[in-house]
Design a protein around this ligand. Structure first.
Ligand SMILES: Nc1ncnc2c1ncn2[C@@H]1O[C@H](COP(=O)(O)OP(=O)(O)OP(=O)(O)O)[C@@H](O)[C@H]1O
Ligand SMILES: [Mg+2]
Length: 270
């Protein structure tokens, strides 16, 4: 059975899709087989991962029962497009609507990790992702109100756990798009650290314009800017540790040293 992780946030634009995209790449480089599931009608993850925009079937076909999940996997991605918005509406009227994704993914074999990119709301699609997941990873933009966004997402996670999916746990909280020169980023970090010291991941993802370029060109930040990629590699390493995937964790640590070696120390006495 794969370990399934949903990446979510209450707000839009917190870096969820970039996180799923980059972790997919990092985990694959650590030797894991990763299925990336785009659960956002915007289809950003599908674009970031370079899926043909006309590829069918998509996650919408899976959720509406028109195609089995295994047929919707295109190069390790189940893509989404705008038809997912219709599928969500159609789903709304059905009994067991929150369980649809879990049921659809159940017979998918062969992946070590499934990463689900949620849309920017805590509605039916995100609830479906949480019901299908073992873990939730929260993305919080390092801005004012980061804490409130995390609190709201945690409430929905608790609700999903209490009513629909007892095995769901919070894998971590990621401080994203952070510029520690600014007061609001430092305040966001301080408040999350004070309230969620266990869940908060040790490395914030630095803000850089390079991520927009990475998305636009569908080139992983690990290839585009290995220096910046050190952030995501540190996060990947910490997550794999929390998941108990020690071998992959060691591979990530090695990859991080190769890609972004620590600056050489000045020779003694120099
Ligand atoms: N660390 C970063 N630094 C600067 N910009 C970033 C960073 N991570 C992502 N971005 C940019 O911020 C924007 C939003 O990122 P992304 O699409 O990953 O967020 P999202 O949470 O998935 O958004 P949505 O809620 O709309 O799905 C994109 O333009 C992306 O390139
Ligand atoms: Mg997104």
């Amino acid at each position: 059975m794969p370990v399934t992780i949903s990446v979510l946030s209450q707000k839009g634009g917190t870096g969820k899709t970039t996180t799923v995209r980059t972790l997919t790449d990092a985990f694959r480089r650590a030797g894991l087989s990763v299925l990336a599931v785009d659960l956002d009608p915007q289809g950003n993850l599908s674009d970031y991962l370079g899926v043909d925009p006309d590829a069918t079937p998509t996650i919408a076909d899976v959720l509406t029962g028109r195609a089995p999940a295994r047929e919707a996997v295109h190069d390790g991605v189940i893509p989404a497009d705008l038809t997912l918005a219709e599928a969500e509406l159609a789903l709304g009227g059905r009994i067991g609507r929150e369980l649809t994704l879990q049921r659809a993914l159940r017979d998918l074999a062969g992946s070590d990790v499934v990463l689900i990119d949620c849309p920017p709301s805590l509605g039916l699609l995100t609830v479906n992702a949480l019901v299908a997941s073992d873990h939730a990873l929260l993305s919080a933009e390092a801005q004012y109100f980061a804490l409130q966004g995390v609190e709201q997402a945690l409430e929905v996670i608790k609700l999903a756990r209490d009513t629909l999916n007892q095995r769901l746990s919070v894998l971590g909280i990621l401080l994203n798009i952070a510029d520690m020169r600014t007061r609001h980023s430092r305040e966001a970090l301080d408040s999350l650290r004070a309230h969620y010291p266990q869940q908060l991941l040790g490395t914030p993802i630095r803000s850089s314009i390079a991520y927009a370029e990475s998305a636009q060109r569908a080139v992983s930040i690990l290839d585009l800017r290995p220096d910046l990629a050190a952030d995501y590699l540190a996060v990947a390493e910490e997550l794999l540790g929390r998941l108990g995937l020690a071998q992959a964790q060691r591979r990530i640590a090695r990859l991080a040293r190769e890609l972004a070696p620590p600056p050489e120390r000045a020779p003694a006495g120099g």
